[in-house]
Design a protein around this ligand. Sequence first.
Ligand code: GLA
Length: 520
Amino acid sequence: MRKLLVSLSLAMPMLLGAAELAGTWKFQPPPNPQAQANPKGPIRQPRETIYCFKVEGNQFTGTAVRNGGIADIVNGAIDGSHITFENVDGSGRKTPFKGEINGEELTIQLTNPPPPNPNARGGGRGPQGPMVLRKFSGDTEYKLPAELAHKPLPPFKPIAPNGLAKTPPMGWNSWNKFNRNVDDKGVRGMADAMVASGMRDAGYIYVNIDDTWEGQRDKDGVLQSNEKFPDMKALADYVHSKGLKLGIYSGPGPRTCAGYIASYNHEEQDARTWAAWGIDYLKYDWCSASEVYHPDELKAAYQKMALALRATKRPMIYSLCQYGWQEVGEWGAAAGGNLWRTTGDIRDSWESMSNLGFDQQIGREKFAGPGHWNDPDMLEIGNGHMTDTEYRTHMSLWSILAAPLLAGNDLRSMTDATKEILLNKEVIAVDQDKAGVQGVRVRKDAELEVWKKPLEHGGVAVGLFNRGKDTAQIGVKWSEVGVTRKNVKVRDLWAHKDLEGGDGFSGQVPSHGVVMLLVK
Ligand code: GLA
């Protein structure tokens, strides 16, 4: 009897916690008087958070929901009234939490809260503080509200290439410079400038409108452009009349990253709308899609739009933007993509550009080739926060990586140096080489790096990069970059000069600069 009591008292707290935890819990933040007084102002009402838990023994799974959509997948364990769990977001990033169940209340907090930041608004307290949730119902499965529900996606199944983007796409995109301030007039101006500056003739063909063009759906669900783009078809006609092509932006979720209407549950209809307008290129950005899709559905959600685009019969380049999640290189082409972002967003800074370009592309070369490219994000050349030397490095590195070259600056007002960088035809030729091989790093000596990109007909492009603070001497032997024949021809692609061949090269490279060579 005594033994039974002891084991019961040991088992009870665990079972009690388990029974209590199963169900739906809600955190309703108190109304913010400032947000209530000025609903359109910069201060928003804090968001409701829901957790939905399903318990098996002392383990549990569930979903964390914000704004009515699923934000994270949850896995955890129960020990009496104490719980530990991880929130796993769409990228696979895990955030550990701990919590205490107390009847109808569940208090949760980050296991490793970041240290308070005294400079932050509100003194640095905030989401890292404990959150008290209340039991809302016994439902252990979260059901999306009717307006967010979707039919099961057809299972992911590799599809054949669409035959486009045999070399990395080149053009311009509105986001890096103009952000939300993009409109019909600006896009026409950019098309004009692409012709006048010689960029079109150098290969920059796509004029891509990024986020914030979207208006509302009409009574039949057809997505309209907003007042900034009064007539998309007329704009496409204009861009086409200049010998250029027009790109647009949407996403698989209910909303784009900037909060505009995206293509969720309207994929075929939107593809038809774009085809009717004369769109030639789609960037499809994940953003809010984690709210409505389980991470396992991500590939199928991308494929759904690929099939919708193909069904229109209009050739449209398909650009996946989901920041590299789930090793996108392994399935991006099979999902129907011509290119896929491999990273988060670029910024116009040396740190951002060099980190994305040098460090985050290593090992991805096996996924790139004609028709399907890794995309380390758009160019920042000419946007003003890097030096021309750094922008030359940006252009050289992206070309060695066989990256898409989408200028992100104001083409109507370029300095001579910006034009010279974007229009360096010898460097562009490396990017656009028909073999379509993504270059690799062959050597790294602290902050000095040697990269190579094998070209068709046996040539090799070589980049000598100095990521350090001082000018440095960098040398390379041709045998290191795979050239063993004698009597090679060598050309400096920024000085536009032929050099002595020999068995290698050694030269001074400025801080954050590059020497880019073609060895034939
Ligand atoms: C995301 C993308 C950016 C841009 C914005 C638009 O952040 O990664 O390239 O498209 O959305 O809202």
